[in-house]
Design a protein around this ligand. Sequence first.
Ligand code: B12
Ligand code: SF4
Length: 444
Amino acid sequence: MLTPKKSLLLVLPTHYGTDGKLLTVKKASLNLNLSLPTLASLTPPDWEVRIVHDYMHPVDLETPGDLVAMTVLTAPSSRAYELADQFRARGRKVVFGGFHVWARPDEAAQHADAIVIGEAEDLWPAVLDDFLAGRLKDRYVSAGPVSLAGRPAPRYELVDKRDYKVEVYPIESSRGCPYNCDYCAVTAFHGGRHRLRPVGDVLRNIRATGSRYIAFADDNLCADRDHALEMFRELAKLDIRFMAQSTMYIADDPELLDAAIKGGLRMLWVGVESIQPEALDEVHRRINQVEEFGRRIEEFNKRGLLVGTNLIFGFDHNTRETFDATYDFLMSHKVFPFLYILTPVPGTRLWDRIKGEGRLLSEDWRQYTGYDVVFQPKNFSPDELRDLYFKTVARLFSVRNNLRRHAPRIQWHNLKETFFTQVAGFAVATQVGYAARHRIPEYW
Ligand code: B12
Ligand code: SF4
């Protein structure tokens, strides 16, 4: 007789927006979550696995699942705790993992039957075995950076494609980052090591998606030049289109940049973070040379790339003038800006400093979205900073500015070619602009 399969419910919790309401959307633009398809791929085949994205399908507490596991970042942690408490009140066992659990293990442990600190690869099968044997431990701690070689392909088929406007598959070619900026949790979490996946494994994963559209989840795709170049040359044989994050240094290396584009790079995210050198020094972001920004962005623009730039407001060196100067800079370079309010996330050096200086105003994680002010800024009141931020985003993403940025690059006679970047970019930009104008939570 066949034993019935055990079932595992994997949950991506949503978060609360700046309006205090739980954020739910009918459809989001892109699925970039890789944690749950990865966890599913590490789960033995005798388990039935289901993935729920709470953003589109607020979790039904009656959903079957002998075991419930959630991935927990800081902003969605309040929602994760709420859901876990309700599941546990119904007698269900809950396991947590992810960055917030690593940063705040004692807090997370109050809401779960077990927590996993660090990477899942070498621990997850043991957690499941312990659950089946009725001896789940309170805490599992990863022994250190795992090897990325020979890992199975993430199980994307468990994510409902209909929840997303553009079909794109997140893939990793490396983990960690060789740099160590004060506001970033990556280097501390990954133990300061930048690890590579063999190029053959990456290609195998890409082929397994059956899609041409890929988003690299790496923090810095080109941190290892030889690995990146080898991969780009192989990608060129697959006829795919991809988006990725890299430092701006790739602009200074035409051989690498051209190989990336030949391999299918169409949208590049770079961390500008601030156009003020003093602000970058303040958070020990030593890799950006402000005087080179314009030239480097032009290298990307002249090759037809859509350039997404992350920028942060709220540094001690920011003044009211910073907002207008940043607006002018971004408009003159026609980049696709993503703007955040500086947020001291637990587990980072920025958190230690702000807390140590007595400037932390809130430890309510619902506010840790990057769109709210949780610490006392130096040159503004929290309300002023919030106000200037929202006004700048709304200005940058006005319908007119969106059109000015995207329309010239759309090849109307060949929408298929530009769909992935310009048309999808335009769709995201419209959503961000709307959210900023109405000051409602944003999930793209
Ligand atoms: C892709 C990405 C996104 C995507 C998708 C996010 C998502 N929820 O999946 C998007 C663009 C939507 C996004 C948004 C944000 N992000 Co983000 N993002 C990333 C990025 C670059 C890659 C994540 C990834 O796919 N990694 C690969 C997977 C396989 O690794 P993983 O998720 O860490 O999972 C492993 C372990 O952590 C563990 N694990 C994870 N979950 C679980 C669960 C269980 C049960 C177990 C056992 C184990 C386990 O096992 C996995 C395998 O080893 C990371 C940086 C990074 N290097 O991780 C930042 C990062 C996760 N993001 C971060 C932040 C701050 C944000 C935003 C707040 C930014 C903003 N202001 O908008 C929002 C918050 C979104 C939200 N509401 O959750 C921070 C998180 C810090 C924190 N403590 O929360 C990170 C670490 C970046 C940083 N510089 O510090 N992000
Ligand atoms: S370069 Fe990017 S990923 Fe690396 S430490 Fe700085 S912010 Fe984090």
